[in-house]
Every structure is written in structure tokens, then in C-alpha cells.
Design a protein. Structure first.
Length: 134
């Protein structure tokens, strides 16, 4: 087998070994050589679409096994978190309708993902009504 980084021929010790040495494997990980994914055909349906937080590139995910959600590559993710102290958090904006009263509520807190009621009173009324039905 031939090492894709240095071009040296080697005999792999494991069935999944791609690189001849630790140094070549480390180089590949640091420089994004492992980020290369075979592209799905352009006719395959887009599962999700997002902009990379680091380079702002539009990413269209077509493969279910592709777990990318925020970054286009490992390289962009590493750079983003390496310099994250200098980057302001992106403002999250989400609207939802209260399950109890139907009021439309806008949420900008990035940690507030699961909220489904506009206030504490609506939550209590909804749960008390549900328990009375049972």
C-alpha cells in the first residue's frame, strides 16, 4: 500500500490503516486530508442545508451518515474553536407558538431550545388539564 501523504510504500499492520506512520496520520488530521468525502450525486435529496460558522460556505448534506451540522470540515471547526474567545456567539432566533394559549413567542437565547410554553402559568395550566383528562 502507498501512503497518501508521503508516497512511501508500506505494509499495513491493520486492515483500516491508511498511513505509513504516526507522523503522516497526524499531518493528515491537522491539514484536513481526512475531510475529503465522496460527493453524493446532485440528484440525491438534500437532508439539511447550513452555512459553515467559520468560512460561511453553504453546505448541502445529502448523506444520512454525514453528521455535519455547523461546520463544513474538521479544519474549520478546529479554527473556530481555537479562536472562539475572539468570536461573538451567533444570535439564535427562533419563533414558536405556545402550546396552551397559541401566542407566538420569539426566543433569542441559544440555550433555550426546548421551550414550548410562553410562561410558567401556561405550562401549569396545560399539565393540570392533561392530568385531569387521565
Amino acid at each position: 500500500m502507498i501512503c497518501p501523504i508521503c508516497g512511501k510504500e508500506f505494509t499495513p499492520r491493520r486492515s483500516i490503516q491508511k498511513y505509513c506512520s504516526y507522523e503522516c496520520r497526524r499531518y493528515a488530521n491537522r491539514h484536513g486530508a481526512n475531510d475529503v468525502r465522496p460527493e453524493k450525486s446532485s440528484t440525491a435529496p438534500v437532508i439539511r442545508e447550513f452555512r459553515c460558522l467559520k468560512c460561511k460556505k453553504l453546505v448541502k448534506v445529502r448523506d444520512r451518515s454525514d453528521g455535519r451540522m455547523k461546520f463544513c470540515s474538521q479544519h474549520c471547526e478546529k479554527l473556530y474553536w481555537k479562536h472562539s474567545k475572539k468570536v461573538k456567539a451567533a444570535t439564535v432566533y427562533r419563533e414558536f407558538t405556545c402550546k396552551e394559549c397559541g401566542k407566538v413567542v420569539a426566543v433569542t437565547d441559544p440555550l433555550d431550545r426546548r421551550r414550548i410554553f410562553c410562561c410558567r402559568q401556561c405550562r401549569i395550566r396545560w399539565f393540570s388539564r392533561r392530568s385531569a383528562e387521565k
